[in-house]
Design a protein around this ligand. Structure first.
Ligand SMILES: Cc1cc2nc3c(=O)[nH]c(=O)nc-3n(C[C@H](O)[C@H](O)[C@H](O)COP(=O)(O)OP(=O)(O)OC[C@H]3O[C@@H](n4cnc5c(N)ncnc54)[C@H](O)[C@@H]3O)c2cc1C
Length: 470
């Protein structure tokens, strides 16, 4: 039974007959979650998704979306492979693609293979592989089409690859150049270096990972260098030239690097171009992202959007949260808004960085009062076996007045596994005293989070501490 939440439409519309209560365009993380739970709440749901292939395009996709087919999952498997210093093959992606299809059919969601397009506030058209078009009406339409990697507009850019192709290479490149300072760039640099390639990482700023805590960015840069990655800060590519030895990379400093593979990890754009949004009146921002309110509703009341296509916080668990809130609000009678506070995340470089809450710079910028910074740096016990000299670094940012822990970060083995638990503590509003009164697990790295007793520094409120912008 259709059971709309507080955002239900007027009576007149209730009486109109639609083929579906909900039609979802895009079966990635956000779309599948929204479709399944809406169906579980009793809605009649249809979903369409482009045909499967590991390398995406405007007409190629696959059930499961970026995370499963060309994002988090294949990448993490490669990180495991790189950590063990070897290569590996996997059928995992096809297996997960099958699981996602089963999840949809078990929930009673009707899946169509083809390209979805919106032709009216309550009308969707699906173009199938053979060109035939199907047309359906739906009381609500959900745009969950995600985003796609963009190539930097550099002469010779066609010689470079994006993360899609990087996850489908047949051979390990002996020499790789990676352009970009974001998490995807840093992760691929780590993966290839871990497998034995020569890697050059080029990025515009002084340090990679803009937006993360500056101190932790410096730790990551030191580790990347320590593992043999050649860092090129304040550098970009001027031109790529095909040569007999490989692709010649000319930097803006006039350097030449020859590579087997050049990866552009220079940003992603929302998949909205071919959805016909302008004609239907759905507003997008200057990057093409669908504009939504805090309930994920667009300016057209029957059309909603979740996930990367809205460019809010582009992470799989956030797309899942948005999809879930949509289903609860529209079909579950439990209106809810996604909560973007204390969302933990990780950069799966080797060793990984994981964070939750505010960085030191963000805490200073928010400037409510003084902050206390606690840090710990130590050689983890596992390094006694490998002999590796690579410090694990942990950090807590604490409100000096309330003692509330505002942010936590860690760079070291198992950081994401540890940070998930710390995120629960932050979400519950834990204070430093509560961290301190928690008994540690010994011997572990994680216990450092509850044994950092001495303040590393006290930072006075915003005015005296301009944000560093490395
Ligand atoms: C290399 C890489 C690594 C990543 N690593 C992580 C990570 O470690 N952790 C993390 O949280 N996030 C990670 N992400 C981000 C994560 O993958 C995305 O945030 C997440 O997949 C977004 O989900 P979504 O549902 O919005 O979009 P998607 O998963 O991209 O799904 C959108 C789907 O819509 C389909 N589609 C598009 N247009 C149409 C159309 N017209 N008709 C029908 N179907 C259409 C697409 O084919 C796609 O399957 C990574 C991303 C990349 C690229």
């Amino acid at each position: 039974m259709l059971n709309d939440g507080e955002l239900s439409q007027p009576n007149q519309e209730e009486q109109t007959h639609f083929d579906f209560d909900l039609f979802v365009i895009g079966a990635g993380s956000g779309g599948v979650r929204a479709a399944r739970f809406s169906a579980n709440f009793g809605a009649k749901v249809g979903i369409c998704e482009l045909p499967f292939h590991p390398i995406s395009s405007e007409v190629i996709g696959g059930v499961g979306g970026t995370c499963v087919i060309r994002g988090c999952v294949p990448k993490k498997i490669l990180v495991y492979g790189a950590s063990f210093g070897g290569e590996l093959e996997t059928d995992e992606i096809l297996r997960l693609n099958g699981i996602y299809k089963r999840l949809l059919s078990n929930a009673g969601v009707k899946l169509y293979e083809g390209e979805g397009k919106i032709v009216g506030p309550n009308e969707v058209e699906v173009t199938q592989l053979d060109g035939t078009k199907l047309s359906y009406s739906a009381k609500h339409i959900l745009i969950a089409t995600g985003s796609r990697a963009q190539r930097a507009p550099i002469p010779g850019q066609e010689l470079a690859i994006t993360s899609d192709e990087a996850l489908s290479l047949e051979e390990l490149p002996k020499r790789a150049v990676v352009l970009g300072g974001g998490y995807i760039a840093v992760e691929f640099a780590s993966i290839w270096r871990g497998m034995g390639s020569t890697v050059d990482l080029l990025f515009r700023k002084e340090l990679p990972l803009r937006g993360f805590d500056d101190e932790m960015r410096a730790v990551v840069a030191r580790n990347l260098e320590g593992r043999g990655i050649n860092l090129h800060p304040r550098t970009t590519i001027k031109e790529l030239i095909k040569s007999e030895e490989g692709v010649k990379v000319i930097t803006d400093h006039g350097e030449e690097i020859v590579a087997d593979v050049v990866l552009f990890a220079t940003g992603r754009a929302p998949n909205t171009k071919r959805l016909n949004l302008k004609a239907v009146g759905v507003e997008v921002d200057q990057t093409g992202a669908v504009k939504v309110d805090e309930n994920s509703r667009t300016n057209v009341p029957s059309i909603w959007a979740v996930g990367d296509v809205t460019n809010r916080m582009n992470l799989t668990p956030v797309a899942l949260m948005e999809g879930m809130c949509f289903a609860k609000t529209v079909f579950g009678g439990q209106p809810c808004k996604p909560d973007y506070r204390d969302v933990p995340c990780a950069v799966f470089c080797i060793p990984p960085l994981s964070v939750v809450g505010l960085s030191e710079e963000q805490a200073i910028e928010q400037g409510k009062g003084d902050i206390l910074v606690f840090t710990s740096s130590f050689n983890p016990m596992r390094n006694t076996i490998s002999g590796r000299q690579e410090k694990t670094v942990m950090k807590l940012v604490v409100d000096a007045e309330t003692e509330k822990v505002l942010g936590a970060s860690m760079c070291g083995p198992e950081a994401p596994e540890i940070m998930q638990g710390i995120a629960v503590a932050l979400k519950c509003g834990a204070t430093k005293a509560q961290f301190d009164s928690t008994v540690g697990i010994h011997p572990s790295s994680a216990e450092e989070f509850v044994t950092m007793r001495s303040v590393t520094r006290r930072v006075a409120a915003a005015s005296s501490n301009p944000k560093t912008n490395l």
